[in-house]
Structures are given as C-alpha cells and as structure tokens.
Design a protein around this ligand. Structure first.
Ligand SMILES: Nc1c(NC[C@H](O)[C@H](O)[C@H](O)CO)[nH]c(=O)[nH]c1=O
Ligand SMILES: CC(=O)[C@@H](O)COP(=O)(O)O
Length: 143
C-alpha cells in the first residue's frame, strides 16, 4: 500500500541534514513512497519541527511525517533543551494526531558523530526514521 509521506527538515547544520534527507528519500522510494519536492518542508531548527509536523499531520493530506534535524552540543545547555523539546514534541504529535511523526533528529556530542550518521550508508539516521514511519503505518493498519 502506497502512503503519502511528508518530510520536515531543519536547516540548522544543513551539511548534516542534507545527508539525512538523501537517506530518507532513498528509503521511502525503495519502499514505494517517494516524496515530491512539494512535500518537503524546511524549518529553521529542530525546535520548530513539532509545530510543522503537527500541522501536516492534521491536514489530512499525509499518512506520516518524517522529521529530520541535527542538534550538536555546543558550550551551553542549549543542546539538552532543544533535543528534549524536539523529542517530546514529536512524540506528542504522533500521540495526539494518530499520524506517525518519526524522530530523525540527531542529538550528538560532536560533529564527527553527526557526520557518521548522515552518510550514504546503513548508519544513515534519515533512512532509519523513514523506515520507522512506514513500519509504524503498517502496524497501525493491522489494528
Ligand atoms: N543549536 C541547534 C539549533 N538551534 C536552533 C533551534 O532549533 C531553534 O531554531 C531556535 O532556538 C529558535 O527557536 N537547532 C538545531 O536543529 N540544531 C542545533 O544544533
Ligand atoms: C545546540 C546549539 O544550540 C548550538 O548552537 C550550540 O550552541 P551553544 O554553544 O550556545 O551551546
């Protein structure tokens, strides 16, 4: 069954998130759910992903939302607050709307860790988030 999936992508750390996007798009195409450019929505940072994901989930136009971002620790506690807000916010979107909003937001301590998770290989977390969205839809369809 083909699903209509939207992607929400953060521009912050764009060199990393662009790799996540490529992984997610490849995974969704391989699973028969290719994403049109018009269904890719950019936000400034991970903190903004839940708001746009919820609007998409409530629109009735999409079966699932894949959310991509990269939060990389800096000098302050900002990393913790953004990471938790994005994780909690996206979980709330899924639970409140019934539309899976998968968590493809890297939360790494170093840039090296982030780049190791956005390359064109099996470690790509964009692929993982895309797969999780499709597989959550399959589970929901059985209920
Ligand atoms: N430092 C990172 C951010 N910061 C920006 C926030 O996500 C948000 O856009 C801002 O606080 C305004 O509301 N975002 C990331 O995605 N990754 C980071 O490493
Ligand atoms: C995670 C972030 O907010 C990133 O911009 C690092 O910021 P800071 O060095 O101010 O903690």
């Amino acid at each position: 069954m083909s699903h209509r999936i939207a992607i929400v992508i953060s521009r912050f750390n764009e060199k990393v998130t662009s790799g996540l996007l490529k992984g997610a798009q490849a995974e969704l195409s391989e699973r028969g759910a290719p994403v049109a450019d018009a269904d890719i929505f950019e936000v400034p940072g991970a903190f903004e992903t839940p708001l746009v994901a919820k609007k998409l989930a409530l629109s009735g136009k999409f079966d699932g939302v894949v959310c991509l971002g990269a939060v990389i620790k800096g000098e302050t506690a900002h990393f913790e607050y953004i990471s938790e807000a994005a994780a909690h916010g996206l979980m709330q979107v899924s639970l409140e709307t019934g539309v899976p909003a998968s968590f493809g937001i890297l939360t790494t301590y170093t840039a090296e860790q982030a780049f190791a998770r956005c390359a064109d290989d099996s470690h790509n977390k964009g692929r993982e988030a895309a797969a999780a969205c499709v597989e959550a839809l399959a589970a929901l369809a059985k209920i």
